[in-house]
Design a protein around this ligand. Structure first.
Ligand code: NI
Length: 174
């Protein structure tokens, strides 16, 4: 089990674009395992590799409640094939924006193509919270955070809070 430190906004590395994975090998499977460990420990429901500083197109998701059996979903090189014209608004958070939440409007349903941990091509049609989560995580691969979807005023309030929280943490006695 390996936990990786999670980058916190406004870290400029979160703005980077992630590159596709060439081949799903043991190195990639180890990265996926570390990302699940890191996400579950946080705890969170989704994590993109760029959030641990690696600009690679790998995301992990598990929307199960903590007291339910785990349902890990790893998506490598995900591509959103289609988005429903119907939208939905859900409150989102992000491990890179701790304790910050905002309502974001996204497609209510999507189809996504990706490679699984065995390197097999899969297509998944998702709706509800899973559709929201996949769109949120795929955004990370393009350097986009959920706050980029809300008003500039709300965004700057959230980012200011994060900078302030970090400053307090740095100054706090050990
Ligand atoms: Ni996020």
């Amino acid at each position: 089990m390996a936990l990786r430190p999670i980058l916190i906004a406004p870290d400029p590395r979160l703005k980077r674009h992630s590159e596709p994975v060439g081949a799903v090998d043991d190195g990639v499977r180890q990265l996926v395992a570390d990302m699940f460990d890191t996400m579950y420990a946080a705890p969170g429901v989704g994590l993109a590799a760029i959030q641990i500083g690696l600009p690679r197109q790998v995301i992990v998701i598990d929307l199960q409640r903590e007291d339910a059996p785990r349902q890990p979903l790893a998506l490598i090189n995900p591509v959103i094939l289609s988005r429903s014209p119907v939208t939905t608004a859900r409150e989102e958070g992000c491990l890179s924006l701790p304790e910050q939440f905002a309502e974001v409007i996204r497609a209510a349903a999507i189809a996504v193509r990706f490679l699984d941990r065995e390197g097999e091509v899969r297509t998944l049609v998702a709706e509800g919270a899973l559709a929201t989560c996949i769109q949120h995580e795929v955004d990370h691969l393009d350097g986009v955070l959920f706050v980029d979807h809300i008003s500039p005023v709300k965004r700057s309030i959230i980012l200011r809070k994060l900078v302030k929280a970090r400053r307090h943490q740095t100054l706090a006695p050990a």
